[in-house]
Design a protein around this ligand. Sequence first.
Ligand SMILES: *Cc1c(COP(=O)(O)O)cnc(C)c1O
Length: 390
Amino acid sequence: MQPRPLSNDALAFETLAIHAGQSPDPTTGAVMTPIYQTSTYAQTSMGEAVYDYARTINPTRSALQDCLAALEGGRYGLSFASGMAAIDTILRLLKPGDHVLASNDVYGGTFRIFTRVYEQYGLQFSFVEMGDLNAVRAALRANMRMVWIETPTNPLLKVADIAAIAELLSSHVGRPLLVVDNTFATPYLQQPLKLGADIVTHSVTKYLGGHSDVVGGAVVLNDEAAYNRLKFLQNAVGAVPGPLDCFLVLRGVKTLPLRMERHCANAMRIAHFLESHPAVQRVIYPGLPSHPGHAIAARQMRGFGGMISFVVKGGPEAARRVAEHTRIFALAESLGGVESLIEVPAAMTHMSVAGSPLEVDAALIRLSVGVEHVDDLIADLERALSLISI
Ligand SMILES: *Cc1c(COP(=O)(O)O)cnc(C)c1O
């Protein structure tokens, strides 16, 4: 007997996070989706099997793809071996001569694949302040096929108005595809497809996985033709995730709503703490009224997320001292796990953009606020900040 599929329409996000794409295993009734650790499948008659080869299809991956699609409120999901593999596959929708307009503060790896990989295949890229609609309008060109947004961005947490940009593009010649990298917000906080985006992409390595134990990527969309092309590319290029990685993400996603609530609450408390600290020059958090994108974030997001950036007084040396002296916040790249992390982007995650328009202040510190007790996190930061003389 085939397990009953759930109808997604009637279910709340929290329920979908646990059940979407998953039903008890038909052979054993196992409640958790099995890790189908196989490269091939025995076929009963030649060439008719649904399951033929695991680069093309794997049941653990299918469950994850369907789950992520449901969470983004989209029809189709595709999983990849990393966030960069997902981004790479989306870019293969384009042809030489096509132009991509991107946020001037995109993820460093995205900037790198744009300028150091795809430019040599004839794609063109330009960068704009996505929070400024007039600047976006002025940057549009006839050969523009894609607009690439992150909101909030990394590490400056700039906010772009997804619905307003979608509206702007809908009347532009050729109707460029609007791609939103939703890694920082997650579908729990923001659902770009519902705001008019065409394609959503994720580094599932971050909040979706949520436990810093897996690298992965995803694409979610509604358009059937684009989905078919991307699915073809997923198989043709082959950057697919293994079944264990898919299982880990499926498991991580079950607690996404709970984790995001705590990430947001902790980050808000810490942002206020930092804002009132004498050694801190500036705090960047979309949840603070002082943030220029606060009103848009409040409108298009359910919460303001777990990422905070701040600039300390005393320059790069002071930033290094703080980042190297926290005890609970681990000095590490990446983000979105249950544990708190601290880093200095200019010297770590954003080294590859030094000297480019994306270069960041060397005294900027980025926090990925975890789900520990917030009092412990604040005490940890307080101690580290006390070490810099101002
Ligand atoms: C990490 C990240 C990526 C790249 O994902 P990987 O899983 O590391 O390949 C892309 N976009 C954003 C916003 C990220 O934070």
